[in-house]
Design a protein around this ligand. Structure first.
Ligand code: CA2
Length: 150
């Protein structure tokens, strides 16, 4: 059976749709999951969509993906800007990773301008709102079709 795309979400993204809609929009994480699954299905993929507030759990899921997933879409949230551990796990996974941010991190505070995740990712989508996840599915599908014939 074909391996899914892991879609991994970091801390506080479970609050989407309930607070700070001026930054993150009004869609919930469940809405995000449904939209991402639809787009994946259109490209012949399935997703495994998860959220955690724990850095260690994200590391474990990224390493698990090495065996169980064909690629990763990662919104590491605040850990994006702080976590060498996430960066090392992505490198160790040897999988294509598309980094997603709902907000435009470059328009925000300077501490959000650096991403450890970007340094080891295939590419980055940020600032386009929730559709960024669907765009990431499209980009990853295109990459996988060209590089793995899937
Ligand atoms: O724009 C993004 O997707 C971020 O990854 C979101 C993170 C932030 O630390 C990154 O710099 C950019 C924060 C996620 C917190 O999500 C909330 C959702 C609703 C209400 C409050 C926070």
């Amino acid at each position: 059976m074909a391996k899914p795309i892991y879609v991994l979400n970091g801390p506080t993204l479970n609050m989407l749709g309930s607070r700070e809609p001026h930054i993150y929009g009004s869609q919930t994480l469940a809405d995000e999951e449904a939209m991402t699954a639809d787009r994946a299905s259109a490209f012949g993929h399935t997703i495994d969509f998860r959220q955690t507030n724990s850095e260690g759990q994200l590391v474990d899921w990224i390493l698990e993906a090495r065996e169980k997933a064909c690629g990763i879409i990662l919104n590491g949230a605040a850990y994006t800007h702080t976590s060498v551990a996430l960066m090392d796990a992505i490198s160790a996974s040897e999988l294509p990773v598309v980094e997603v941010h709902i907000s435009n991190i470059f328009k925000r505070e300077p501490f959000r301008h650096h991403s450890y995740v970007s340094t080891v990712s295939l590419g980055v989508i940020c600032g386009l709102g929730p559709i960024g996840y669907a765009l990431a599915v499209e980009a990853l599908s295109d990459y996988l079709a060209k590089h793995l014939g899937s």
